[in-house]
Ligand binder design. Structure first.
Ligand code: ZN
Length: 179
């Protein structure tokens, strides 16, 4: 990522996918938008896409990560791509937790849905989203314990989340780069 030494804070761009990041990062991304270099940054780091493009392979991918890292978490009833997920929190993904009474028992049902736009995306981004949603099986909030769990599954989780948000910014401003 290019760095700029004379960052002024008078005109911090509003970047909806990057709102939680520092002004310095936002200025850097804004420079990349102006220079139209977001695609170069992304393609250099993430040149290829995965081929897990249906619900069946997605489910086995998710289950293998779940069994490897958080075996004792709640069971998942459904894992699927969902083309209705466009927006953040969940351009990323969606973890739904449904409780309902069955007989005299309260049954919980967990589902993970991944935005269909990630059918064609680098595996690193899919992994980041899956890890995020899996961590919600144990931690509902985005707190310290949550991010610790994400990092235990994916050590470069934070960098990947930033890069994913840069990717979403690329899609918003300039469109697809993986075709
Ligand atoms: Zn979340």
């Amino acid at each position: 990522m290019p760095s700029k030494s004379n960052v002024t804070h008078s005109n911090i761009p509003k970047l909806k996918y990057l709102a939680a990041y520092s002004d310095q990062i936002k200025m850097q991304i804004n420079t990349m938008i102006e220079d139209k270099t977001l695609d170069q940054y992304l393609l250099k780091k993430y040149p290829t896409t995965h081929d897990m493009n249906n619900d069946k392979v997605l489910r086995s991918y998710v289950m293998s990560l779940k069994n490897q890292y958080i075996k004792k978490s709640a069971p998942l009833s459904q894992v699927k791509y969902d083309d209705k997920i466009h927006i953040i929190h969940n351009a990323l993904g969606l973890h739904t937790y449904v409780s309902r009474v069955q007989g005299n028992k309260l049954k919980s049902k967990h589902e993970i849905r991944i935005g269909s736009q990630f059918k064609k995306a680098p595996e690193a981004f899919l992994a980041m989203i899956v890890v995020h949603e899996l961590a919600h099986l144990k931690e509902k909030e985005h707190n310290k314990a949550f991010y610790k769990l994400c990092q235990s599954m994916l050590p470069n989780y934070h960098q990947l989340e930033l890069d994913l948000r840069i990717y979403l910014t690329q899609l918003e401003y300039f469109g697809a780069i993986y075709t």
